[in-house]
Design a protein around this ligand. Structure first.
Ligand SMILES: Cc1cc2nc3c(=O)[nH]c(=O)nc-3n(C[C@H](O)[C@H](O)[C@H](O)COP(=O)(O)OP(=O)(O)OC[C@H]3O[C@@H](n4cnc5c(N)ncnc54)[C@H](O)[C@@H]3O)c2cc1C
Ligand code: SF4
Length: 498
């Protein structure tokens, strides 16, 4: 426990005491009692320790903390939190189970609607979904004081994994029908589970040598331990889902081959948005400039952080600049610290208020020592005589009028250029749709940004028997939205195969 944030032992002692007081009271809790229960903070590793370690930062609630946090819920008759959840988990019901100490009951309740709760509890942006709507947060005038729905979801899922054992969903008798799922990210995993349950044969084709999509190669171990992704995939394996890794659909085989030659009855395309966007500024092809996605893939998937063992060691930058303000920027900045950087700067054109990254990730990055340089942007990257990055020229910005997104737009301040010394630049300004499948299968139509066009209710593409969902349809979005798309597509596939 020495690496814990030091105030947390006390927090656990407080939780035990408050819980005992509540349980020993004869009368039921009233609304005002519930609102008076102290919000339970998440135990975390100490910031100095964790900045050099891949261990998971957030450690999860103890049972006492979870029960207390659950007791803060008012069990609303018309729960606004459920409206904010893209997959409509019965939030008050699962929270009630936790408050009563029935943790497995809570996990079972969540699983009725959400397949990957241990993952969603860790990475979903609850503060702009369920928790934003929570009446407790509204009564206490801060979304930060809402019931910790995501933390409770994680608690229930971890309890099931650690103590109850994850139940393998029942699979109906074989139907003789075959479904190909392309891509093993959250969208593909959900489709595989929902289609397999109906008794259809399912094969997942994945371009990488490991399964999980961004859950594996993008989101770092310190936010989402890969053991959790492994467990979810193990459950699919036990259900009889088959996997073909190192298989690039569009190269190894095309979609029409899968349908016409390999006798698949339906295909789901869940190939994500893994195509990095670049800024186009001078110096972007110097050695030491990485797309943040590539940097994270090398670090996570190729385990480049195991410096002595890794087959593909990564360039160990000492002074790193990260361009962008989303989750990918936060993850790569925090990974750079863990890869041994002495200084890491986030360069962002707007201010903290406009940053798209989750507030929690920004806060964690700040605590770990990442420096935030707001109202600045890169103008060009400067190299040395060997073609390596040596510095970056930046320019200052101010905020002008609001643009069509409602955010105030950044405006350059002429003549405000200045140089910073860096040896590595990570570009995290966004990702586009993977183009290979639309390029090799023109029957699948896309919009101007390369996103596959689908029917709204069924996720069916313009090609017969082919469905699509997740980031390849939405553009770079979120895990829970990708899962929601997968669910819809799976229902349509199952209906088509009846
Ligand atoms: C660094 C990073 C951090 C993020 N953090 C968060 C977060 O905190 N919270 C959140 O909700 N969302 C986050 N996201 C976004 C989220 O991960 C995605 O929205 C989600 O993973 C999309 O799921 P998907 O199944 O559509 O695609 P992906 O997860 O991208 O999976 C697609 C899979 O398809 C495979 N593939 C591609 N082309 C082919 C082909 N031709 N043949 C075979 N296989 C192919 C890919 O290798 C990949 O494994 C983050 C994204 C990144 C990159
Ligand atoms: S809105 Fe908040 S208080 Fe009401 S049921 Fe949902 S979590 Fe509980």
């Amino acid at each position: 426990m020495t690496n814990l944030n030091p105030t947390l032992d006390q927090a656990q002692r407080d939780a035990v005491e408050v819980l005992q007081n509540i349980i020993s009271r004869p009368e039921p809790l009233k609304v005002r009692d519930r609102l008076a229960i102290p919000l339970q903070e998440m135990p975390e590793l100490d910031a100095n320790y964790r900045a050099t370690s891949l261990e998971e930062v957030a450690l999860g609630f103890t049972p006492e903390m979870a029960r207390l946090e659950a007791m803060r819920c008012l069990q609303c008759k018309k729960p606004a939190c459920v409206e904010g959840c893209p997959v409509h988990i019965d939030i008050p019901a699962f929270i009630h189970f936790i408050a009563e100490g029935d943790f497995q009951g809570a996990a079972d309740k969540i699983k009725e609607t959400s397949l990957l709760p241990a993952i969603c509890g860790r990475v979903c942006p609850q503060e702009i979904q369920c928790q934003e709507n929570c009446v407790v947060g509204k009564s206490l005038k801060s979304v930060d004081k809402a019931v910790g729905i995501g933390r409770l979801e994680r608690f229930a899922a971890d309890y099931e994994r650690n103590f109850g054992g994850v139940a393998v969903p029942e699979v109906k008798a074989p139907t003789g029908k075959k479904v190909a799922v392309i891509g093993s990210g959250p969208a593909g995993l959900v489709v595989a589970a929902d289609v397999r349950r109906e008794g259809h044969e399912v094969v997942i084709f994945e371009a990488f040598h490991k399964l999980g999509g961004v859950l594996r190669y993008g989101i770092p171990e310190f936010r989402l331990p890969k053991e959790i992704v492994d467990k979810e995939i193990e459950t699919l394996e036990k259900m009889g889902v088959q996997f073909r890794t190192n298989f690039v659909v569009g190269r190894t085989r095309r979609i029409d081959d899968l349908l016409d030659k390999d006798d698949f009855d339906a295909v789901f395309v869940g190939t994500g948005a893994g195509l990095p966007l670049f800024t186009g500024i001078e110096g972007e092809s110097l050695v030491g400039v990485f797309a943040a996605n590539e940097y994270l893939t090398r670090a996570n998937l190729m385990r480049a952080y195991e410096k002595d063992k890794a087959d593909t060691p990564i360039w160990g930058g000492k002074h790193v600049a990260v361009l962008g303000g989303g989750n990918v920027a936060m993850d790569s900045a925090r990974m750079a610290l863990r890869m041994g950087a002495k200084s890491v700067k986030i360069i962002y054109r707007r201010t903290e208020a406009e940053m798209p990254a989750r507030a929690e990730e920004v806060h964690h990055a700040q605590e770990e020592g990442v420096e935030f340089c707001f109202l600045q942007n890169a103008k060009r990257i400067l190299g040395d005589e060997n073609g390596r990055v040596r510095a970056m020229e930046c320019i200052r910005y101010e905020l002008g009028e609001a643009d069509e997104s409602g955010r105030r737009s950044p405006v350059e301040i002429p003549g405000s250029e200045f140089e910073i010394e860096v040896d590595t630049v990570l570009v995290a300004i966004g990702n586009g749709s993977n183009p290979l499948i639309p390029q090799t299968t023109p029957e699948i139509k896309t919009d101007k940004r390369g996103r596959v066009l689908v029917e709204e209710l069924t996720n069916k593409t313009f090609m017969e028997k082919v469905f699509a969902g997740g980031d390849i349809v939405l553009g770079a979005a979120t895990v829970i939205l990708a899962m929601g798309e997968g669910r819809r597509a799976a229902a349509a596939i199952n209906e088509m195969l009846v």
